[in-house]
Design a binder for this molecule. Structure first.
Ligand code: SF4
Length: 336
């Protein structure tokens, strides 16, 4: 009998050694390329879902095949990079030759990896791998200097080994963040190929990835740690230079809810409690459930170019914090 663990139940069971993380299942399912990579992927995905839903550890009786479902995913993303549609900007550029909006080619860079103690209680210590670059262009970016500086090229084998070492040091998950992880999905899967520990995978994303990317990466993500920044597409376009935000992000949150566990973050912004915080909270409550784990964050500060936008060129005041908390408490039961 499995015992109940906080809110991210399945995540808790993985950490207790009672269930496998998804990527360890994906690694043990044999695959064939077939005539169409994506058709093969859809077929094998059915098998994966059966094993995943079985909720036992018998998958570890299987040997790792020469060519696995994980290898197939890596090959698909390798192809997708030739006309990149990793995110809904859908640049369509060949990232082997040039960069898209996110300023990423095929190589991935990261600025740091460490045990992070400042995440939500159920995640810490979290092995955070901080990738560079982003699919958004937030005018208030708090990490702009770090994100657009190429620190270290990722060596997947080396980073995979580091994930195992951090696990031995006590990490409860490996947390792919940035910047944003979506544009580095091909690299993340290559890292996971070299990870042998049974560690839950956390995908810490702006949730603006394409459906095509969801289809591939959702089978290795145990917990979606999704940023839900705006309650409408107008504010998203103004401050993050991104189109059709609300439709894309709500679609992705709904899909993530079906394919894994979810922790939603929302950063409250000055003058945006009614148009963003309230809309986000209501949508989450009505569509993901009142019980979804939700982190209402008050640490906004006017970084980067925020001073060019007078309405967001200050910190939150107490009235805004109080109002945001009232709204969240009214609609949600599981605040961090
Ligand atoms: S990840 Fe998004 S922003 Fe980057 S090249 Fe691909 S489609 Fe463009």
């Amino acid at each position: 009998m499995l015992s109940v663990v906080l809110d991210l139940e399945r995540y808790g069971f993985i950490n207790q050694g009672l269930l496998p993380p998804k990527f360890q299942i994906v690694k043990r399912i044999e695959a064939e390329k077939g005539d169409s990579l994506i058709d093969s992927h859809r077929e094998i995905k059915m098998e994966f879902l059966k094993v995943w839903r079985k909720e036992d550890m018998s998958v570890f009786d299987e040997k790792i095949p020469e060519y696995s479902f994980l290898d197939l995913k890596i090959d698909i993303l390798g192809e997708m990079l030739k006309e990149c549609i990793f995110c809904e900007r859908r640049c369509g550029v060949n990232r082997y030759e040039r960069m898209g909006f996110c300023k990423c080619g095929v190589e991935s860079y990261y600025s740091s990896e460490f045990l992070h103690f400042g995440e939500e209680p159920e995640l810490v210590p979290s092995h955070t791998i901080f990738f560079n670059r982003c699919t958004f262009a937030c005018v208030f970016c708090q990490n702009h200097d770090i994100v657009y500086h190429d620190d270290r090229a990722v060596n997947p084998k080396e980073l995979g080994m580091i994930v195992d070492i951090r696990r031995k040091q006590g990490s409860r998950n490996v947390n792919f963040v940035g910047g944003n992880p979506d544009q580095h999905a091909h690299t993340v899967l290559k890292i996971l190929k070299h990870v042998s520990s049974n560690i839950p995978v956390v995908w810490n994303s702006n949730m603006y990835h394409s459906m095509e990317l969801s289809e591939i990466v959702e089978d290795v993500v145990d917990v979606w740690l999704g940023d839900f920044k705006y309650g409408n597409s107008r504010c998203a376009e103004k401050y993050s230079k991104v189109r059709d935000y609300f439709r894309v992000v709500t679609r992705n949150f709904s899909r993530a809810r079906e394919h894994g566990e979810l922790l939603v973050r929302h950063l409250v912004m000055p003058e945006h409690v009614e148009c963003c915080t309230e809309k986000v909270v209501r949508w989450v409550s009505e569509n993901l459930g009142r019980d979804v784990r939700f982190n209402l964050m008050f640490q906004y500060w006017p970084a980067y170019k925020a001073s060019e936008y007078p309405e967001i060129s200050r910190r939150l005041n107490s009235r805004e914090m109080k109002r945001a908390m009232e709204i969240a408490s009214l609609y949600l039961d599981n605040l961090v």
